[in-house]
Design a protein around this ligand. Structure first.
Ligand SMILES: Cc1ncc(COP(=O)(O)O)c(C=O)c1O
Length: 494
């Protein structure tokens, strides 16, 4: 069916061939064509703006033949880079369902209810207090931004000023404290919030990569002497480089002493609390003022799914209220007795968030947890942490591999190493080694720098990864390193 603008709607059975193609894509067979063949698919897709449309059949054919096969294989079992993966079937189904039948999260309908219910489930899963308030975001970046927006509201209110109404007072100078390993989205949040990137102080870390408490105390007292006020302390629960977890109980105590906000960035590592072997490292998280976490990482929800949680819903509301507007009036009514779904906004999220219009994301989390349950995600987290531990053992047993940081969660930082090469030559060799692995396509780790040494950095959150992919990574890293060795031996040492 279609109207004069020629957009098809109604008959979704036309999607069947595309679903088959997506299924084929998910087999990840053969070499990955997307990078190598970019000239051919860019040439096909890069047409001028069409004057007349080609029709739905042509769109579906292009999707099946040109776009999906050249998509991103971050769900491949050997993909273990950055902190990303592709969704499993339940999250995919939920997304399709919400695109069609839940295309706004507001008003009174099942998707709006799941937006609320799934956040309740997440609070229970992590042992957060029942009165906490959560809101879905586009990911960890915006979850941290929203949480720090609430922190800013609270901190400036303590000085008798409402920053949401009046902006930041010119006579006050602020600091946000985090470890030097903090994800840069926190610096960007400070920039957007008008505090400034420079106001985020990267406190040095100890050998384990955790924020050094003495250094923090000294820094705060130095800053106070110069007239700076602490706006927030940010603890990271699972740093992006090594998976280190900052001591949250002690940071809570310092935050109390300094009467400041404690925010936890758990975008990568919050799900790690589900592994009994490390759960005590999260002690204190339930006493934080806010937490950012990302279902689109370890829970493998479709990308675009983050969560900001705060202890005090009202402060978040004061920071992010949309304020009354004529076109919104009349929509807010009793939620239980409505004749039409459009008589009320249902569970309201746009008063606590950046977005007014937003997709239903709760249904994705609901679908995944309904499918695999609490025990399913616990098993996944434990399995992935096992992978990183097992890899660390293999690395330590291998004569030419070196472990570069302790394994806490599912990240294992290591490198090829050889006594004939300097650190600088080893950095170059390991960089090339990762490029060779990626070109082969079966194993895709990412890299980072640990104490000046370039590290191969697999991070296991991909539900499809298997033990044999982990073992293959250790084996291939050593083999490729030895193959590259002669070339780097001859390269000039700095
Ligand atoms: C600790 C941490 N914080 C924040 C982020 C940013 O999250 P996102 O990529 O969802 O915006 C990441 C991403 O890897 C992360 O690991």
């Amino acid at each position: 069916m279609s109207y004069p603008d020629d957009a098809a709607f109604g008959d979704l059975s036309v999607l069947s061939p595309l679903l088959n193609q997506l299924d084929r894509f998910n087999q990840f067979e053969g070499p990955d064509p997307a990078g190598r063949r970019q000239h051919s698919w860019k040439a096909h897709l890069g047409t001028p703006l069409p004057e007349e449309g080609a029709g739905i059949d042509r769109v579906l054919a292009d999707l099946s033949e040109w776009i999906v096969p050249n998509g991103l294989r971050n769900g491949h079992p050997g993909f273990c880079g950055w902190v990303t993966t592709s969704p499993t079937t339940s999250g995919t189904a939920a997304t399709l369902a919400s695109t069609v039948a839940g295309s706004q999260r507001v008003w009174v309908h099942a998707f709006n209810y799941l937006e609320h219910l799934s956040l309740e489930w997440l609070k229970e899963l992590f042992g957060f207090p029942a009165h906490w308030h959560g809101t879905y975001t586009t990911g960890g970046s915006s979850a941290n931004l929203i949480a720090l927006g609430a922190a800013r509201q609270w901190a400036v209110e303590q000085q008798g000023i409402d920053p949401s109404m009046n902006g930041l007072p010119k006579n006050l100078k602020w600091r946000i404290y985090a470890s030097s390993e903090v994800h840069h989205v926190v610096n960007r949040a400070a920039a957007i919030l008008g505090i400034g990137r420079r106001s985020v102080i990267g406190v040095p870390v100890n050998q384990a990569g955790e924020l050094d408490l003495d250094q923090l105390r000294n820094q705060i007292s130095r800053d106070r002497a110069e007239g700076y006020l602490p706006m927030a302390i940010v603890a990271t629960a699972g740093t992006v480089n090594t998976g280190a977890i900052d001591p949250m109980r002690a940071l809570r105590q310092i935050a109390d002493e300094e009467q400041t906000w404690l925010h936890v960035d758990g975008a990568y590592g919050m799900f790690g609390i589900l592994d009994d072997r490390v759960s005590d490292r999260y002690d204190g998280v339930a006493e934080a003022d806010s937490v950012a976490l990302d279902p689109h990482k370890w829970l493998a929800a479709p990308v675009g799914n983050g969560v900001a949680m705060v202890r005090d819903r009202d402060v978040m509301g004061r920071a992010f209220t949309l304020e009354p507007a004529a076109y919104l009036e009349g929509s807010i009514g009793e939620q239980t007795e409505v004749e039409s779904p459009f008589d009320a906004f249902g569970e309201i999220f746009h008063e606590y968030n950046l977005d007014q219009s937003a997709p239903s994301r709760g249904v994705q989390v609901w679908a995944i947890l309904r499918e695999i349950g609490k025990q399913g995600i616990i098993r996944r987290v434990v399995r992935h942490n096992d992978f990183a531990r097992h890899l660390a053992e293999l690395v330590q047993q291998a004569p030419n591999l070196e472990l570069l940081s302790p394994v806490v969660l599912s990240i294992c930082c290591f490198r090829f190493q050889h006594a004939d090469l300097t650190d600088s030559q080893l950095n170059d060799l390991n960089k090339r080694l990762v490029a060779v692995l990626r070109a082969e396509g079966d194993l895709v780790p990412s890299m980072t720098v640990v104490n000046g040494k370039l590290a191969i950095r697999p991070c296991y959150i991909n539900p499809r990864s298997r033990l044999r992919d982990v073992q293959l990574l250790a084996r291939r890293a050593e083999e490729i390193g030895l193959e590259l060795l002669p070339e780097f031996r001859e390269s000039p040492a700095e």
